[in-house]
Ligand binder design. Structure first.
Ligand code: ARG
Length: 257
């Protein structure tokens, strides 16, 4: 009888420990970070296939400051906000431009960087350093290829989608701008993507050149779950400090070289 009682007691202690997730130790907090690599310098794959970049450094720093274990998932760009909406401790960190439709699904952090849309085309396609989007579209519409490559679900896709209306030009949506740019000269005449990722692609390919478009400036934010305003507040405090200390600039230089 005593033996049975001891056994029951031991079992109870064991399950108690399991229920508490760990005996004595405090449970580890996890922050699930969703990104889409192929967008250097913000997120890209290093030579070992690991996701690295400015956004990754930023979330790792925030995780360390706020006591979260950071788990990075590389998923389709247009799937990021769905994941964020499902999980209180999820964040989209993917050079995401702040925009009204996204604000309906998720909670934006403070702005940590700005950008503008660029167009990538064969070297010498346009003159000067900036091109009017309408001129670029007219050029493509009049060319043999007639299509512009964009990354699915991005602000670049929205922008080009609006500009081609009523013209003969079409868009082709790709999973990322690197893959899209490999089709320049075959399926697409040009690719539209944010400034720094465009410059990174042009730097890696001497047959391609980048031009700024006459588009509005975009502001990068991280998108959090709507039910976690507390976390966003804490993150914004860390972000403020990081910006003041020049850390984000430092990461940007580090991942652009
Ligand atoms: N800034 C653009 C947007 O928010 C493009 C972001 C693409 N990001 C990425 N990691 N692939 O729509």
């Amino acid at each position: 009888m005593k033996k049975i009682l001891t056994l029951i007691l031991a079992a109870a202690m064991l399950t108690g420990c399991i229920a508490l997730a760990s005996c004595g130790k405090t449970e580890e907090k996890v922050l699930n970070v969703y990104t889409n690599a192929g967008f250097a310098p913000y997120e890209y794959l290093d030579e070992n296939g690991k996701v690295v970049g400015v956004d990754i450094d930023v979330v790792n720093y925030i995780g360390e400051k706020l006591g979260y274990k950071v788990i990075i998932s590389d998923i389709d760009f247009d799937a990021i906000l769905n994941e964020v909406a499902k999980d209180k401790f999820a964040v989209g960190a993917a050079g995401m431009s702040k925009k009204a439709e996204r604000d309906e699904i998720a909670l934006a952090s403070d702005v940590y960087a700005t950008s503008v849309q660029y167009i990538i085309a064969p070297t010498g396609t346009f003159e000067g350093e900036q091109v009017a989007l309408a001129d670029a579209v007219a050029y493509i519409a009049a060319s043999g290829i007639k299509s512009i490559g964009v990354q699915k679900g991005t602000t670049g896709a929205d922008l080009v989608g609006g500009a081609i209306e009523g013209t003969e030009a079409k868009t082709i949506e790709y999973s990322n701008a690197i893959i899209a740019s490999q089709d320049i000269g075959s399926s697409v005449g040009a690719v539209v993507i944010d400034k720094m990722p465009a410059e990174s692609i042009c730097k890696d390919n001497e047959n391609l050149q980048c031009w700024a478009l006459d588009a509005e400036m975009e502001s990068y934010v991280m998108y959090f779950n709507k039910d976690n305003a507390d976390l966003v507040k804490q993150v914004n405090d860390v972000l403020k400090q990081m910006i003041a200390d020049g850390l984000i600039d430092q990461y940007t230089v580090k991942h652009s070289s």
